[in-house]
Write a protein that binds this ligand. Structure first.
Ligand code: ZN
Length: 550
């Protein structure tokens, strides 16, 4: 009897091990696991891991999105069953591509480690089912150059756990998560071309760690925010996917996740308001909304230890992949509908409707109830003012206004397309890098539409990402415009129509004008003493000439 009982126990134990853990060779342990979570992986560690795991599975392909400023290959890893190696094969498979991007800010290291852990569990462990209905593309170390600038004390509010991390910026000193419109970094150009354009992911997840507010969540999330894009992908992500996953991780892993944001102690305590970040498409996650695709920002909680942040990020990404695997068809269909609607709007309403170009943050209709946070106590400072210090106690507050909605404060007419004069070939080339179709004009053609007259042109006095950011005030005037052979036409009836609008509108709060693409032209035309026409013409229709040419 005892023997049988023992045998049963052994069998149960074997079964439990088989279900929960796979036995991996030591060569597949990642740097944090080998160092008691005191170290994060270097670029060489990641490459070695990828080369090792590639020899152990037939479902992995390793490519590259290009080279960093310092000349390092930025690996992209495709997991698929059956294996595919090209974007064309991905398209032919009918399965959605889900893109996981880690380490855009190289001090925020969890995503990099979690990407390798997930590859291990999907290829060789108990997460093989995640490849049933989808193709997963990882870029585990997007900011390769920043990663290896290891130093102590770079993330003090990350509890210095681990002691040394890389830096936020890339090899050019740029923040890669502000580069989505100006595209100055080789990383951005490579990712937009090789991933967003070629592989066309239906869902993108960008992995970060926030060192802001002491809210009580182990991880906070945000969808790609809605500005002048289509609502479908945004609404589904924020109302369906994120609440479901938040409930799953609570149930399965006892983890508390919530919406991304910060509160401001200068507003007093308990808090009344919680504020997210901006809507601008310079942030990759927001730009993906303008591309009619779903996207999720993941922010591990800096004030927890490295192993805890890895754990939270792991479960979040796992649940997203599990959700996408189970709901692949709905996700593709919602994105496709958004794309079709955006094009229909141009075909049916060009010249008749307006869309937002500048936005302000306002509260969502529904406040947050049961908001989880560390509590604060008031005290009087030496100067006599009331201030607050945090306690270790977690409390909950109700009716918190959540500033995560974006209302337009300025709008512009939706055009049928834009004409870029030949002198602005650089603008046409820039749009092509975004995956936008730009066509050379073959013969003289008159268009009816609007030109924007810049009456005031102002620039910031302090640099942001190397730029004195610009803005233009003025007015649109109805006009005919004669395009010559060699000029460029941007037809708005194409999938990236919302991105084109945001990029080319002269008063857009994150367009090319903001990023100084038109400074030289406006200044050469003495904008400081006279009004100057913005050189990109927006047309509503082509003008049919009275003399019909045969
Ligand atoms: Zn970040």
């Amino acid at each position: 009897m005892k023997k049988i009982f023992f045998l049963l126990l052994v069998l149960v134990a074997i079964k439990v091990i088989a279900q929960t853990n796979s036995i991996y060779p030591e060569s597949l342990l990642i740097t944090p696991e080998k160092s008691n979570f005191e170290k994060t992986s270097s670029y060489a560690d990641v490459i070695q891991f990828l080369n090792t795991i590639k020899t152990m599975s037939n479902n992995i392909h390793i490519g590259s999105i290009g080279k960093s400023t310092l000349g390092k290959d930025i690996p992209m890893v495709v997991l698929a069953n059956p294996l595919i190696t090209t974007a064309e094969q991905a398209k032919a498979s009918g399965k959605p591509v889900v893109y996981i991007q880690a380490n855009i800010h190289a001090g925020e290291i969890e995503g990099k480690e979690v990407s390798m852990m997930l590859m291990r569990d999907i290829l060789l462990g108990n997460k093989k089912h995640l490849l049933q209905n989808q193709i997963i593309v990882f870029v585990p170390i997007y900011n390769t150059d920043g990663n290896d600038q290891f130093a102590k004390g770079l993330r003090p509010s990350q509890e210095n756990s681990p002691l040394e991390t890389g830096i936020r910026e890339n090899g050019q000193g740029l923040d890669l998560n502000r580069d989505g419109i100006k595209m100055e970094a080789p990383e951005t150009q490579g990712m937009i071309k090789r991933i967003l354009t070629d592989w066309n992911p239906q869902m993108t997840v960008d992995l970060h760690t926030t060192n802001g507010t002491w809210h009580g969540y182990s991880l906070t999330w945000a969808p790609g925010y809605l500005s002048s894009g289509e609502a479908g992908p945004y609404t589904y992500t924020i109302n369906t996917i994120l609440p479901y996953i938040t409930q799953q991780v609570k149930q399965k892993n006892d983890l508390y996740f919530g919406p991304f944001g910060d509160f401001n102690l200068r507003e007093g305590w308990p808090l009344k308001n919680f504020y997210t970040y901006n809507h601008h498409p310079r942030y990759i996650i927001n730009q993906i909304g303008l591309r009619n695709r779903m996207s999720i920002l993941s922010e591990a909680f800096a004030h927890e230890r490295f192993y805890q942040r890895i754990n939270s990020t792991y479960h979040f990404v796992y649940e997203i992949l599990d959700y996408c695997n189970k709901n692949a068809a709905s996700i593709i269909s919602i994105n496709q509908t958004a794309e079709t609607n955006a094009i229909k709007k141009v075909l049916n309403s060009a010249g008749k409707i307006k869309k937002g170009v500048r936005f302000k943050m306002t509260p969502l209709k529904e406040p947050i109830n049961h908001f989880r946070t560390y509590d604060y106590i008031p005290y009087t400072s030496a100067g006599g003012t009331t201030t607050f210090t945090k306690t270790g106690k977690i409390v909950h507050y109700d009716s918190i206004a959540y500033y995560a909605d974006f209302k337009d404060t300025l709008s512009a007419t939706l055009p049928r397309g834009y004409i870029i004069p030949a002198a602005f070939t650089a603008i046409a080339d820039h749009l092509k890098k975004q995956g936008i179709t730009v066509t050379p004009i073959g013969k003289k053609q008159v268009y009816t539409g609007e030109v924007f007259v810049v009456e005031q042109f102002s620039k910031a006095t302090r640099k942001f990402e190397g730029h004195l950011m610009a803005s233009a005030e003025g007015q649109f005037i109805l006009k005919d415009f004669t395009a010559e052979k060699g000029d460029f036409l941007v037809d708005m009836a194409q999938p990236l129509t919302n991105l084109i609008f945001y990029t080319l509108e002269p008063q857009s709060d994150d367009g090319l004008l903001v990023w100084n693409f038109f400074d030289a032209y406006l200044e050469a035309n003495n904008i400081n003493i006279q009004a100057v026409e913005y050189p990109i013409f927006k047309y509503f229709s082509t003008k049919t000439t009275s003399k019909k040419q045969k």
